[in-house]
Design a protein around this ligand. Structure first.
Ligand code: SF4
Length: 397
């Protein structure tokens, strides 16, 4: 996530110029505090190399059918240009599984997405993440150890036996495996309601991981639960910061995680854009805070946002609360509509943006030379249980 000082706000919030800080956040400088490290073990081409586009084309052509490039909706334009298919994380993982002839799946997305692709593709296929530093801050908010400890807390409170875990697709393979081990399901932002309905038919409570906002918005705004039915489990506090009585009384136990991109939008963003753009429709992703989703006119997954804007009448006005790369592309694709970013400050997914043309060129050229780099591999046991949870999602009524 990149924020420009408000004093230097560009007149057009879609007109964004890079700053030295932005370059660091976008992974073009070294950041020793990054959770997975920014440095690549290879010889990355310089971002200023004028031949990058040609090199990417040539490497892709050398690989032919052996490579299949997936581009997440939030990726930069320079990377999306080389994607064989674009989509959200689950769609992309399934697209990869449907291309068994592709020996290499190059995932231009983040770490948990590449893990899901590895889980769903065959053993013969290798999943490559062009920059290992492309993690997801939300997925990192729930570690396997923290979630195991939470389950112990639920067990001590006497509620684990009646609690069904529901984990958002945006979680690590470890968390998906935990979910499968405990009879739960994975969900996406498109099927969260169906997943919760299924879970409440299996048990009395849901442990929703790791995005508290998607869990709360779905339970309260779509299923009629009250805010009092929800509690937030904070992994950084003993017992999650909750008493056994609070756990016993709750229906939704929400993990204290959020998306650092969607969590940025506030009620002020909505009020400000309504003043700035009279007649605007506010369209947001359900990973946004509860009060933002409540104040918006429409809410939906990334695919929903894309479809709604495509179907909107010419001349209509839209303020969109999702990742900036996607909003900019949608604004370009629909010049007959006025599409603006919901916030006045810049808000990219900084980890997703680490995958840039130099990393893609490096990954493709290495593959073309027969030296795969940055392979993402989930171990067999984790894969087995994670698959159970993913299969449960596919079997949702
Ligand atoms: S947009 Fe949010 S949930 Fe998606 S990869 Fe970035 S930090 Fe993670």
């Amino acid at each position: 996530m990149t924020t420009t000082p408000t004093l230097n706000e560009p007149a057009d919030p879609l007109d964004v110029r890079p700053t030295p800080l932005a370059l660091l956040l976008l992974g073009r400088e070294s950041d020793p505090r990054s959770e997975r490290g920014v440095d690549c073990p290879g010889d990355l081409p310089a971002p200023s190399d004028p031949g990058l586009v040609e090199r990417a084309r040539a490497a892709k052509a050398r690989l032919g059918e052996k490579v299949f490039i997936l581009g997440h909706h939030y990726q930069r334009d320079e990377v999306i240009e080389f994607a064989d298919v674009t989509g959200d994380s689950f769609k992309l993982a399934r697209d990869a599984a449907a291309r068994p002839e592709a020996e290499y799946i190059v995932f231009c997305g983040v770490h948990f997405m590449a893990e899901s692709a590895d889980i769903l593709t065959s053993e013969r296929q290798q999943v490559i993440l062009p920059d290992l530093a492309a993690g997801c801050s939300m997925a990192d908010m729930a570690t396997a150890e923290q979630v195991a400890e939470c389950w112990d807390v639920l067990t001590d409170a006497g509620v684990a036996g009646t609690t069904v875990p529901v984990s958002y697709m945006n979680s690590s393979a470890d968390i998906k495996a935990f979910t499968g081990r405990h009879g739960g399901t994975i969900c996406t932002s498109s099927n969260a309601r169906r997943a919760l309905e299924w879970a409440f038919a299996q048990g009395e409570k849901v442990l929703f991981l790791p995005d508290q906002h998607l869990g709360r918005n779905t339970a309260v705004l779509e299923m009629g639960l009250s805010l009092e039915d929800c509690v937030v489990y904070n992994p950084h506090k003993p017992g999650g910061g909750l008493t056994p009585e609070q756990l016993r009384a709750a229906k939704m136990i929400l993990w204290r995680g959020h998306c650092s991109v969607h969590g940025r939008f506030t009620l002020d963003s909505v009020n400000e854009v309504r003043e700035r753009v009279p007649g605007v429709n506010v369209l947001v992703h359900p990973e946004c805070r509860h009060e933002v989703v409540e104040a918006a006119d429409f809410v939906g997954s990334t695919e929903h946002i894309i479809k709604r804007l495509a179907e909107a009448p010419a001349g209509s006005k839209w303020a969109v609360g999702t990742e900036l790369n996607l909003v900019r592309r949608l604004a370009k694709a629909h010049p007959d509509k006025e599409i603006v970013f919901l916030d006045r400050t810049v808000c990219f997914c900084s980890t997703m943006n680490r995958i840039d043309l130099p990393h893609l060129v490096w990954a493709l050229e290495s593959l073309a030379d027969g030296k795969p780099v940055n392979r993402i591999q989930v171990d067999a046991e984790t894969e087995h249980y994670a698959k159970l949870a993913l299969e449960q999602m596919l079997a949702l009524p």
